[in-house]
Design a protein around this ligand. Structure first.
Ligand SMILES: Nc1ncnc2c1ncn2[C@@H]1O[C@H](COP(=O)(O)OP(=O)(O)OP(=O)(O)O)[C@@H](O)[C@H]1O
Ligand SMILES: [Mg+2]
Length: 250
C-alpha cells in the first residue's frame, strides 16, 4: 500500500480546506485508492458533508484524542472511510492543553490504522493551535489551499513561522503544496495568485479550483461533487488537482 498522510490546513477560515479534503478524498476513492478522511474541526463540516444526519454519529475524534480510545471509523462510501468530528472538538484547544505529549496524540492514534489506507486526509480548523499542530506533526505532506482575496502575505508569514516552530519537534516538516481555490478571473485574483506564486514557487500547484456554485451546493447535500454534478467545473478542477497531487507523488 502507498500510504500517505496529507493534511489540508490554513490559518484562515473559508478557504476551501473542507471542500478540498472531501473532494480530493472522494476522487482518490473513485480511482480505487483506499482513503480515510479525518475531521478535526468542531464545525464538523467535513462530517456533515458525508453524514448529514448528526444522529448517525455515535463517537467522534474528540474522545480518542482525549482518552486514547481507538479512532471511531465510519464507512461512508466504497473505499472511503471517515473519522467524524462534532461540536465537542471546539473545546479541544483547551481540553488537550494539559495532556502528556499533546502535540502528537493524532500521530499515535493513526499508527494502528494507517497501514489499512493508501491515503489519509486530515481537515483542520481555521487556526494554528494545538489541533492543527497535531495534524502537521502526523502528516507526510501538508497542502495549503489559499483564496485569492486581499493579499494574504501577512498570513503566509504566520504560516511559515508556524512551520518553523514545529521543525523543532520534527525537523523534516515542511509545506509540500499550495494551490488557489475559489478562483474567478478578477484582476485582484491574478495579483494575489502571483504573490502566492512568488513566495511559494517551488511548491505551487498548477491546478486552480474555480469558484463554482455546484461546490457550494454539494456541501449540504450529503454528496461529493462527483456525485452531485460530475460535469461541473468543480468536479473537473478537483479531478485535475487530484491527478496533479498523484503525479507529484504528494
Ligand atoms: N470553489 C468553490 N466555489 C464556490 N464555493 C466554494 C468553493 N470552495 C468552497 N466553497 C464554499 O465556501 C465555503 C467555505 O468553504 P469550506 O468550508 O470548504 O472552507 P474551509 O476553509 O474549510 O472553512 P472553515 O475554515 O470554516 O473550516 C463553503 O460554503 C463552501 O461550500
Ligand atoms: Mg472547514
Amino acid at each position: 500500500m502507498f500510504r500517505k498522510i496529507i493534511t489540508l490546513a490554513n490559518y484562515k477560515g473559508g478557504v476551501s480546506k473542507t471542500t478540498s479534503t472531501a473532494s480530493i478524498g472522494a476522487c482518490l476513492a473513485m480511482k480505487g485508492k483506499k482513503v480515510l478522511l479525518i475531521d478535526l474541526d468542531g464545525q464538523a463540516n467535513l462530517t456533515l458533508y458525508f453524514v448529514p444526519n448528526e444522529d448517525d454519529i455515535e463517537q467522534c475524534i474528540f474522545d480518542s484524542l482525549v482518552s486514547g480510545n481507538p479512532l471511531p471509523i465510519m464507512k461512508i462510501r466504497e473505499n472511503l472511510d471517515l473519522v467524524p468530528s462534532s461540536l465537542e472538538m471546539a473545546s479541544a484547544e483547551i481540553a488537550l492543553t494539559n495532556l502528556l505529549a499533546r502535540e502528537q496524540l493524532l500521530t499515535k492514534l493513526l499508527e494502528s490504522v494507517k497501514d489499512n489506507y493508501d491515503y489519509i486526509l486530515i481537515d483542520c480548523p481555521p487556526s494554528l493551535g494545538i489541533v492543527t499542530t497535531n495534524a502537521f506533526l502526523a502528516a507526510d505532506e501538508i497542502i495549503v489551499p489559499m483564496t485569492p482575496e486581499l493579499l494574504p502575505l501577512k498570513g503566509m508569514r504566520m504560516l511559515d513561522s508556524f512551520v518553523l516552530s514545529l521543525q523543532r519537534i520534527k525537523p523534516s516538516l515542511k509545506l509540500s503544496g499550495v494551490f488557489i481555490a475559489r478562483y474567478n478571473h478578477r484582476k485582484l485574483n491574478k495579483v494575489v495568485e502571483q504573490a502566492v506564486k512568488d513566495r511559494y514557487s517551488s511548491i505551487m500547484l498548477n491546478t486552480r479550483i474555480r469558484e463554482n456554485i455546484a461546490l457550494a451546493e454539494s456541501a449540504g447535500s450529503g454528496m461529493s461533487i462527483f456525485e452531485y454534478d460530475p460535469q461541473s467545473n468543480g468536479a473537473n478542477d478537483y479531478l485535475a488537482l487530484t491527478e496533479e497531487i498523484l503525479s507529484r507523488n504528494l
